[in-house]
Design a protein around this ligand. Structure first.
Ligand code: KG4
Ligand code: ZN
Length: 343
């Protein structure tokens, strides 16, 4: 490090869902390696993630993935300072593989162990390529399991302003994709086919939640798509996949952007970031960029590889935990429903 401090090198592990991932991150924002072994092809056969298969695949792959992460970073265990791992939320069997592995490595190599919240990881992905980004900022986390509007008050300090009441945004993409016959994972497939469709062809509902303007609800739009398809079948009207996909994508992204901008107005924070798998969606990015520009707000987003599940984001989040002195004991466990900001 330039100022004479010793470098902090973290080996990070992520196995909360269907990616087995390991990364080596130096001083929080320098990714030396980022290895991701995706199980998507396997789960596609079943139309979604099968938890038991995910756990079994993690256990098969995890050692190779970690070895490759160290090799690409040109590091051995003696050169790392800490082992970080996602310990929740996620699929319990999948999480346990990463947590057990991280504990074994940290214990054997006498390194600090740091458990990381998966959403904190997604938010922290923004630090990797935006070297100037520092809290406070607002962040919309949109993934297959979560839809959270968060105020990042400081590193490790989060205030949840709103969350989904039912389906997560990515989950809605996945369910609608299945309903119109596109298969899994739905998000990228809907985005692709939408390019050939008319986003104004069908007016799907934009749900508001009365009690909290920052909360989301996506089950209504999903049902509206299903009803629309049934209606077409009954009236013998052909289904235009591209128009349904584009109109659905517009309905979801409109709501996300509207709620995000409400928070910008209320909290007067001039920085807004997006995170999670759905943050790689082009319509959402362009819409957010335009909306932020109008309000004079700086907009941040990670490259697609750092939006979907990866371990580099876990290493970045762990770095700030490490600086704050956080360390976990050998009793660290997987917590499938871990809440953001809780320890
Ligand atoms: O963050 P992530 O990899 O895993 C979770 O933590 O859930 O997010 C996966 C979700 C899936 O629901 C997937 O369909 C969605 O992100 N997704 C997208 C796109 N790429 C991935 N949704 C919309 N547009 C995309 N381009
Ligand atoms: Zn995720």
């Amino acid at each position: 490090m330039e100022n004479g401090h010793k470098d902090v090198v973290i080996l990070a592990i992520e196995s909360s869902c269907d990616e087995t991932a390991a990364a080596v991150v130096r001083n929080g924002r320098e990714v030396l390696s980022n290895i991701i072994s995706s199980q998507i092809a396997l789960h596609t056969l079943y139309g979604g993630v099968v938890p038991e298969i995910a756990s079994r695949k993690h256990i098969e792959k995890i050692n190779q993935v970690i070895e490759e992460a160290l090799r690409q970073a040109d590091m051995d265990l003696s050169q790392i300072d800490a082992v970080a791992v996602t310990y929740g939320p996620g699929l319990v069997g999948a999480l346990l593989v990463g947590v057990s592995e991280a504990k074994a490595i940290a214990y054997g190599a006498k390194k600090t162990l740091i458990g990381v919240h998966h959403i904190e990881g997604h938010i922290s992905a923004n630090y990797i390529e935006n070297k100037d980004l520092q809290p406070p900022f607002l962040c919309l986390v949109v993934s297959g399991g979560h839809t959270h509007l968060v105020k990042v008050a400081d590193y490790g300090t989060y205030e949840i302003l709103g969350r989904t009441r039912d389906d997560a945004a990515g989950e809605a993409f996945d369910k609608v994709a299945r309903a119109i016959g596109l298969g899994y994972p739905g998000g990228p497939k809907i985005e692709k086919i939408s390019k050939e469709g008319n986003p104004d062809a069908i007016l799907f509902p934009r749900a508001k939640v009365a009690e909290n303007p920052y909360d989301f609800s996506f089950s209504g739009v999903k049902s509206a798509v299903l009803n629309y398809i049934n209606g077409c079948h009954m009236k013998n009207i052909p289904i235009v996949q591209a128009d349904i996909a584009a109109s659905f994508q517009k309905a979801v992204t409109d709501v996300l952007i509207e709620h995000a901008m409400l928070a910008v107005e209320e909290f007067q924070i001039q920085k807004f970031a997006i995170a999670g798998g759905v943050a790689s969606n082009g319509t959402l990015r362009i819409g957010m960029q335009e909306a932020c520009e109008k309000k004079g707000v700086q907009f941040y987003y990670p490259s697609p590889i750092f939006c979907t599940d990866n371990a580099a984001m876990i290493g970045t989040a762990a770095y700030y935990e490490y600086l704050s002195g956080k360390q976990d004991g050998w009793d660290l466990n997987a917590i499938p429903n871990l809440k953001l900001g809780e320890r």
